[in-house]
Design a binder for this molecule. Structure first.
Ligand code: RRO
Length: 292
């Protein structure tokens, strides 16, 4: 497959990466996604302390959407061992914390072990973590700067659950971010009419899948207008045409999450059709082309 590209300081095999959270919990599953044709892979978010996650049900699947409230389950520092043998591969570590100091501490664990960090400032339902950080421009700037001390390229993943996403993107840029990833899941909730209770154990959740694709396209569009650093599109991407659309909105690359759960062959399918498109036109030519 053609298409080796460099985005946000990372050499990728192609434009389509595995998004954070999905199948990123073990070294074996990350390696499997690379073998399945992912251009790069992002880990499940790792934080400063081990975390069990929320009680179930943690996931609900709907037509065109998926809702989750995993609750940031992660083994913290013990995860590092999963990366043995992957240090030369395009692996990006997703990390979270509640303060710039915590982001700095976790960032340093990954120096020399991954190609970049993706700061998760954006989990929609994590008490004390993420949501508060990702809606506050000063915190975003400070957390980005703290993570940059690791020496690794830093990507900052934003939440769509804010009034003005460009204000947050610009704060990440000021903090020295190498790329922006847009977006994490959309705040959501469903209630079981049979049980008269929320469907998810945690009550609230985050929505992903094709239903949020238009939300993600708009966020990428607005960030492309406001920011200088590359944008990586994420949210509901499930076809080669979605990838092209996201790139026309301004994305230099994309991440795919929910659609990988449906079909782990999606990377090969999408990249093969992407690079065949228009008789092999280089996809870079289309980044932002929908802007006047
Ligand atoms: O673990 C989760 O519940 C979770 C995280 Br950390 C996130 O960033 N986004 C999401 O939808 N779920």
């Amino acid at each position: 497959i053609p298409g080796e590209i460099t985005v946000g300081g990372v050499r990728l095999h192609n434009h389509c990466m595995l998004a954070a959270g999905v199948l990123g919990t073990t070294g074996a599953s990350l390696a499997r996604m690379l073998r399945a044709g992912a251009g790069g892979v992002v880990t499940k978010s790792i934080g400063p302390e081990p975390k069990e996650g929320h009680k179930g049900p943690c996931v609900a699947v709907y037509d065109g959407a998926m809702m989750n409230a995993m609750g940031l389950p992660n083994p913290s520092h013990d995860f590092i061992g999963e990366l043995d043998g992957l240090t030369e591969s395009p692996v990006i570590a997703s990390i979270f914390g509640g303060t710039p100091e915590e982001f700095g501490e976790v960032a340093d664990w990954f120096a020399g072990r991954v190609q970049a960090l993706e700061l998760n400032l954006s989990c929609p339902h994590a008490e004390g973590y993420g949501a508060a950080v990702g809606a506050d421009p000063d915190m975003v700037e400070q957390c980005t700067r703290a993570a940059k001390h690791s020496g690794l390229p830093v990507w900052v993943k934003l939440t769509p659950n804010v009034t003005d996403i460009t204000e947050i993107g610009l704060a990440a840029e000021r903090g020295g971010a190498d790329a922006i990833v847009a977006v994490n899941t959309v705040k959501a909730m469903r209630i079981s009419t049979n049980f008269r209770r929320p469907v998810l154990g945690n009550g609230m959740g985050g929505l992903s899948g094709p239903a949020i694709f238009p939300v993600a396209v708009r966020c990428v569009w607005e960030l492309y207008e406001a920011c200088e650093i590359p944008i990586i599109g994420c949210g509901g991407v499930s076809s080669a045409d979605n990838v092209v659309e996201m790139m026309m909105a301004g994305a230099s690359a994309v991440e795919i999450g929910s659609a990988v759960i449906e079909d782990t062959e999606i990377f090969r399918q999408i990249t093969e059709s992407l690079y065949r498109r228009d008789g092999g036109e280089c996809p870079e030519d289309i980044v932002g082309c929908a802007h006047a």
